[in-house]
Design a protein around this ligand. Structure first.
Ligand code: ZN
Length: 449
């Protein structure tokens, strides 16, 4: 999807509202003299019938159906006599990317890549160059999750790093070959011009389906540091509890940064209900930070581990830890949805793919409906021929439940567990032969009595 198409869509929307405004204004002028004339004591004026209007009928996909991959969109158009005829038509799944449909007689069609929007219920929306001529239908999007490699913590000269945002995004894509990059300068250092430039650099760096760039910030207090993603502003409260509240209200994704062993940083990770709503991620890149992660999980936090670098040099995304994000395709909507739902893991390996599910739900899921069993399934693959997995540790809560032996670059394993009734969480630590470690997000489950 080209940017020009999106801006053209906006232009059409603006044009439509402009016309409506003009029409509204002229009606007001027409009525004004009438008020000065004597009112006729006749019956109330009959409302004129609405002008004839083109009608859209969705032929494919059927409303309520499940869609995946490239979706064929077909729309039948009926234009009654006297009605204006749309000349352009667009389709989108609940928002961007928008595609333009092509017309063949009364049928308009095109192909929409459903992997660029989050899985789940979406409104298929059809709009035209006539603002009132539009249609919508609910569909269910279902695409397999893929693994994307990211760095979501780094700095430029706008705080205590080097160079500028556009340089960082370019390096992350072209040199570090990342799929996703998010710059997070210290918000306390920014002014309005730098904040505008940071956002503009991220918007420009985006390429739908190829590279996702988002803007982030680092909230930097003695209490502890947090990264926030796609925030609407760089002005946030200084008090941690007020900050949590503001994040939750704004529905911004947030992450505990460099927590040490978790005993001191961020008030020793003291559990807070509003904090748990506000924060989804924690940096876990070393055995020490693993202690902080395990402490947070024991305290009741629902967090996924992140392997971002926090670089202050011109080597964005090119150190020795990464975040792997599970999403159907590369788009800002998908990446933000994955992070909000904790679908990620921290990895010291640059390209090892880990899929981990419990009862079919991917890592990061919170399963609230009680079930009698927990079906744990994992699928790991390192594309490098000699990069072997040595073992996988499966944890139930904070306890090592099982060490799964391996000596290959691929592993598929599953087991049905019958845990004690109550709430549990399961997570993995993947150990590679070259000593690289991978930490996954948990799946939280409720086991029926
Ligand atoms: Zn930082």
């Amino acid at each position: 999807m080209s940017k020009s198409m999106v801006s053209r869509t906006w232009f059409l929307v603006l044009l439509g509202s402009g016309l409506a405004l003009l029409l509204g204004t002229s009606l007001a002028w027409a009525e004004a003299p009438a008020a000065t004339q004597k009112a006729k004591p006749s019956a109330p004026a009959k409302k004129p019938p609405p002008p004839p209007q083109a009608k859209l009928l969705l032929v494919s996909p059927k409303p309520q159906s499940s869609v995946s991959g490239q979706v064929t969109i077909q729309v039948q158009m009926e234009v009654p006599t006297g009605a204006a005829e749309p000349k352009q038509m667009f389709a989108g799944l609940g928002g961007p990317p928008w595609i333009q449909l092509e017309r063949q007689n009364e049928l308009w069609q095109g192909k929409l890549d459903s992997t660029l929007v989050p899985n789940g219920p979406q409104q298929l929306r059809i709009v035209t160059d006539i603002s009132r001529v539009r249609a919508a239908a609910p569909v269910q999007v279902e695409n397999p999750l893929r693994v994307w490699f990211a760095d979501m913590h780094g700095h430029t000269s706008y705080s205590d790093g080097v160079f500028f945002p556009a340089d960082a995004y370019k390096y992350a894509r072209q040199t570090a070959k990342l799929d996703v990059f998010i710059l997070t300068d210290h918000l306390e250092s920014l002014d309005d011009n730098e904040w505008l430039d940071a956002r503009e650099a991220a918007w420009k760096a985006n390429e739908m389906g190829q590279f996702t760039a988002l803007v982030g910030l680092e909230w930097t207090k003695e209490w502890g540091h947090l990264c926030i993603y796609d925030p609407p502003t760089y002005r946030w409260p200084n008090d941690p509890q007020e900050f949590y509240r503001a994040l939750a209200d704004a529905k911004v994704v947030a992450k505990f940064n460099h927590p040490g062993d978790g005993a001191v940083s961020h008030s020793g990770l003291a559990y807070s209900e509003i904090g748990d709503q506000a924060v989804q991620l924690m940096e876990v890149r070393s055995p020490q930070e693993e202690l902080a992660y395990r402490r947070a999980l024991r305290l009741g936090w629902h967090l996924a581990p992140d392997g971002s670098t926090d670089t202050h040099q011109a080597n964005w995304g090119n150190l020795r830890t990464w975040t792997a994000i599970l999403a159907p395709g590369l788009s800002p909507r998908n990446i933000l949805d994955a992070l909000a739902n904790r679908r990620c893991y921290s990895t010291q390996d640059r390209n090892c793919r880990v899929l981990f599910t419990v009862n079919g739900a991917p890592m990061g899921s919170i399963l609230k409906t009680p079930t009698p069993k927990a079906l744990v399934r994992l699928q790991i693959e390192d594309p490098d021929p000699n990069d072997a997995i040595a073992a996988v540790e499966l944890y139930e809560d904070d306890r090592l439940l099982e060490t799964i032996p391996a000596n290959n670059r691929q592993l598929v394993w599953e087991k049905s567990l019958e845990p004690a009734p109550g709430k549990h969480y399961y997570w993995l630590k993947v150990l590679q032969a070259d000593k690289n470690t991978i930490w996954t997000a948990p799946v939280w489950v409720a086991i029926a009595p």
